[in-house]
Design a protein around this ligand. Structure first.
Ligand SMILES: [Zn+2]
Length: 473
């Protein structure tokens, strides 16, 4: 029969912070061993070398001490739950004390009976990793810091751009051009000096993910691309960490909790990513600035609930939010026993190359493209070389500034129609900073054009070095 095994808070770090595990068993002994099969690290905590219960662990079947029944061999019959109750001595695992200024700062939390002093102390000792300090990451970090989560990790390799400020409320105009991870740490520390921020100024990769995530209790996924999403998911499953998922696009968002209890992982829901280019990114498709706040708010609420051990989690439930309709829908999602990662016979047992898995050749785009510095381009233009300079930005950008003598073909048209260009002259593409024009270069190289160049740093670099009169945006 199925029975719930309740895990007390001191032991939850061995169960990926699950507070209960449901197993199929006939006796108390079988039930506890099923749980240990799932969470091997728990084994040493409750059983000794002879497989007997440790002296400082008590087990109750419903309200009764199994010592007063038939011990571990007690049949489960119609019992509802098994509760493991270890002796709690304090010492190393004693919750951190709150200082007077923390007590005052968190008083509106502490007066909630569901959180109280104990919950606030749990928040203080919690370690939460936010992957991506962008649209979702900004409100996530702000609210985690304000809530008093004691250690917040922030992973992001990007720099703050002006187009981020429409939704990434963690940053200000002064941060433009600076590292998001570093700026995030500064601002969060100003918001709450009682917490620790660990910033990782790097992209999360298959090489560093396990090492970074290992030190956190739970992970919140604020990423904006499929390779990192699968990477976060897989690393969390391998390390048995809950993964709070959120995604945003245009006016719609999704949120759920993966890899928690008997719930599914991201691969149970989407075993394979969509082909590259099918689902546009926010940079291509746009996103309503306020949208990430709604989804991040759901994610952050889940984090606080998991840490405090209160409420019903989103595990097994996917929230679908539509801002235009202002509607929330909930659909049930299940763990897939055939899942290649968290299923009964997993075939994925280590991290893989996620760019390859998602069909994206990560390095091809930047490694093979020949770049011209602004000086090199200027020299070529001055010698009146017969080159074709193509601006791939949007019309509104071109109205702000443009390099004299350039043609205009927006990136969307290049990627969709790839108009034929003269094959006997070099092509030089430029955009604002060099990222979109690199895509244009890749496209024309694929079409067999031989002399294709990207203006390094885009028109911003051109304005800095060659033409300071040009309006920057
Ligand atoms: Zn799965």
């Amino acid at each position: 029969m199925k029975i719930k095994v309740r895990i007390p808070s001191p032991l939850r770090r061995f169960t990926g912070h699950n507070n209960q595990v449901e197993v199929e068993a006939g006796t108390v002994n079988q039930a506890l061993h099923r749980v240990v099969e799932k969470y091997p690290d728990l084994g040493k905590q409750i059983f000794d070398e002879t497989d007997s219960l440790r002296n400082f662990v008590k087990v109750f079947l419903d309200q009764q001490d199994i010592g007063s029944l038939s011990g571990l061999e007690t049949p489960l019959d119609k019992a509802n739950e098994i509760r493991i109750v270890p002796a709690i001595a304090g010492g190393e695992d004693a919750p951190p004390r709150l200082t007077p200024s923390e007590l005052s700062r968190y008083s509106r939390h502490i007066m909630l009976p569901e959180i109280g002093m104990e919950g606030q102390q749990k928040l203080k000792s919690a370690r939460v990793l936010v992957v991506g300090a962008g649209g979702l990451g900004s409100p996530l970090c702000l609210y985690l810091a304000a809530a008093g989560v004691g250690t917040i990790g922030v992973v992001d390799h990007d720099l703050v751009e002006d187009s981020n400020l429409q939704r990434q409320v963690l940053f200000t105009v002064q941060d433009i051009g600076q590292s998001k991870a570093v700026c995030a740490a500064e601002h969060l520390q100003q918001l709450n000096p009682h917490i620790r921020i660990e910033s990782f100024e790097t992209a999360l990769t298959s090489e560093n993910a396990l090492e970074i995530i290992r030190h956190f209790d739970l992970v919140i996924d604020g990423t904006d691309n499929f390779p990192t999403r699968y990477l976060v998911n897989d690393a969390c499953v391998l390390l048995k960490k809950p993964n709070i998922y959120g995604s945003i696009f245009r006016f719609e968002g999704q949120a759920t909790l993966f890899n928690h209890g008997d719930g599914p992982c991201y691969r149970c829901m989407y075993p394979e990513p969509p082909p590259p280019g099918l689902v546009p990114s926010c940079a291509e498709g746009g996103v309503l600035g306020i949208l990430p706040a709604m989804i991040a708010s759901i994610q952050c609420t889940e984090a606080i609930k998991i840490i405090a051990g209160i409420g019903e989690t989103l595990s097994g439930r996917l929230i679908l939010y539509d801002a235009l309709a202002m509607s929330f829908h909930e659909v049930a999602i299940r763990r897939d026993p055939h899942c290649c990662l968290c299923g009964d016979n997993p075939t994925v047992t280590e991290l893989v190359d996620y760019h390859q898995f998602c069909g994206i050749n990560a390095n091809a785009a930047s490694d093979n493209i020949e770049e011209l510095s602004p000086e090199q381009l200027k020299q070529r233009l001055d010698t009146q070389e017969n080159l074709l300079l193509i601006d791939v930005r949007e019309l509104y950008e071109r109205e702000i500034c443009a390099i004299d003598g350039s043609e205009h073909i927006p990136l969307g048209i290049i990627l969709e129609d790839s108009p034929e260009l003269a094959k006997n002259q070099p092509l030089v593409f430029y955009c604002k900073s060099g990222v979109r024009s690199a895509q244009a270069c890749t496209r024309y190289e694929q079409l067999g054009y031989e002399a294709v160049f990207n203006l390094k740093g885009g028109i911003l670099a051109w304005a800095d070095v060659i033409d300071p009169e040009l309006a920057k945006y």
